[in-house]
Design a protein around this ligand. Structure first.
Ligand code: NAD
Ligand code: UDX
Length: 454
């Protein structure tokens, strides 16, 4: 089986390497020459745990190659995957399909023999049909079928998610293509991963519905956490209690500073557009989008309040700017909304992120970057945890406190135990947790004890 993967980003690279690991021969194509050159040198253009070893092993075994030119790879491919970006379109919030159609145009002249063309990118319902029509117009003689094979991997655990998926979903209207796709995923179905075949429209819509539902679950627990703060409940206890109900499930019930990333915000926005266009508005999901936007602004407000209502002349240390841990991706991260507000209000912001700095330096001008987590606390009036990187969990809180000018710790991912923080002399503000009465800070720093932030 020969595979051509178009796009060497988070999804394309991981998928290409994992298919090669199954034993298939994969040619991965990307338009960016510097990306291809670095992959050929064995340097990863993205950070994803375990990806470098997987790629190196498969390149060495001769199963994985990288190129900018699609011609040769497309001509020999049994399957061509489209794994290019489908970002939010400026203006109307719909998915921008220009990269998809450009890739189809690049591909069209080269397909030869029966070829399955399948989207791995997240594309609005009806896109497979549009790709088919476009290809048919470009290659009336072509022997091909177009499928939808949406990808459900998460950044940071992408390889594990790909290798042990809850399900593989293939939208397919063609018997020959179904046979090819079944063969492709045999290594996973042999391991009991369900490989589901549906209509193409169902597969396309299921991807958006899954992300919209997960976004809703996160926004739900974020709102419940606000209520917890008002009534003295602990959101972690509430989440754990409701999560035991198998109808609800315990995943995606961690409150935080709002969901971000390259998928949820844009996919929520795109499904809202699709629904409006089809006169079946998703009012619930429209509210989720609104709640999440407000959430990020509310986090900036909490920081301001914790610092006494104004930020002029204050120094704020920030731990984590990526949208989640174990990635260098900062697309739509809550830091991109929160940190500019802090800077605009006159604060000095010192930030540390284990992998996010490269993109952060471009996207967040005005931030002072630190080389290690402890340094972000130097001279800080408040320290804010925005991303739950594991390395932050083991930080010595007493040392953090001793490096700070003030004592406020805003833990927006609930990674610390409030008791530990208070014992180290910090005034702890978690998310959806009761504040410990008689904060260690209240007595000697002169700062007001904020019983409930927000
Ligand atoms: P990305 O931006 O990281 O990578 C896309 C790559 O495609 C880039 O390297 C770009 O240079 C390349 N490209 C664009 N046009 C090309 C062309 N014509 N020929 C060759 N290469 C081309 O994107 P991503 O995060 O991997 O997302 C890809 C798709 O997968 C999106 O539709 C996204 O919604 C979906 N998805 C992403 C994730 C995720 O966790 N990132 C998970 C599931 C699904
Ligand atoms: C998501 C989907 O989970 C995945 O199936 C899809 O293929 C791509 O989009 P990803 O964006 O990589 O994956 O990360 P995910 O773990 O889903 O987190 C997304 C955002 O939600 C992050 O900002 C994260 O911090 C936030 N989140 C997640 C919470 O705030 N609470 C949670 O309980 C879970």
């Amino acid at each position: 089986m020969r595979i051509c993967m178009i796009g060497a980003g988070y999804v394309g690279l991981v998928s290409a390497a994992c298919f090669a690991e199954f034993g298939w021969r994969v040619d991965c194509i990307d338009k960016q020459p510097q990306r291809v050159a670095s992959l050929r040198r064995g340097e990863m253009p993205i950070y994803e745990p375990g990806l470098d070893d997987l790629i190196e092993r498969n390149v060495r075994a001769g199963r994985l190659t990288f190129d900018t030119d699609i011609a040769a790879a497309a001509a020999v491919a049994d399957i061509v995957f489209l794994a290019v970006g489908t970002p939010m379109r400026r203006g109307d919030g719909h998915a921008d399909l220009s990269y998809i159609f450009d890739a189809v145009d690049d591909l069209a002249p080269h397909i030869s023999g029966f070829t399955v063309i399948t989207t791995k990118s997240t594309v609005p319902v009806g896109t497979s049909r549009r790709i088919e029509q476009r290809l048919r117009a470009l290659r009336p003689d072509g022997e091909f079928a177009v499928c939808s094979n949406p990808e459900f991997l998460r950044e940071g655990s992408a390889i594990e998610d790909f290798m042990r998926p809850d399900r593989v979903l293939v939208g397919c209207d063609d018997e020959r293509a179904e046979e090819v796709m079944r063969r492709l995923y045999k290594p996973l179905s042999l391991r009991d991963a369900p490989v589901m075949f549906t209509a193409r429209e169902s597969a396309e819509l299921a991807k958006y519905a899954a992300n919209a539902f997960l976004a809703l679950k996160i926004s739900f627990i974020n709102e419940i956490s606000d209520l917890c703060e008002k009534v003295g409940a602990d959101v972690q206890e509430v989440a754990s209690a409701i999560g035991r109900d198998r109808r609800i499930g315990d995943k995606f019930l961690h409150p935080g500073p709002g969901y971000g990333g390259s998928c949820f915000p844009k996919d929520v926005s795109a499904i809202i557009r699709t629904a409006r266009e089809n006169r079946a508005p998703l009012t619930l999901i429209e509210t989720v989008h609104h709640v999440n936007e407000e959430r990020k602004l509310d986090m900036a407000q909490r920081i301001r309040k914790a610092l006494g209502g104004h930020l002029e002349g204050k120094t704020i240390g920030v731990l984590g700017i990526t949208f989640k841990p174990n990635t260098d991706d900062i697309r739509e991260a809550s830091s991109l909304t929160i940190l500019p507000i802090l800077l605009h209000d006159g604060a000095r912001v010192r930030a540390y992120d284990p992998q996010g700095r490269k993109h952060g330096e471009e996207a967040l001008p005005g931030i002072e970057w630190c080389d290690q987590a402890l340094a972000a606390a130097d001279g800080a009036d408040a320290l804010v945890v925005l991303t739950e990187w594991n390395e932050f969990r083991a930080l010595d809180l007493e040392e953090l406190k001793s490096r700070m000018r003030g004592s406020i710790l805003l833990d927006m991912r609930n990674i610390f135990r409030p008791q530990d923080a208070e014992a180290a002399g910090l005034t702890y503000h978690g998310i959806g947790r009761p504040q410990i009465a008689g904060s260690a800070d209240a007595g000697h720093s002169g700062e007001p004890l904020i019983q409930k932030v927000g």
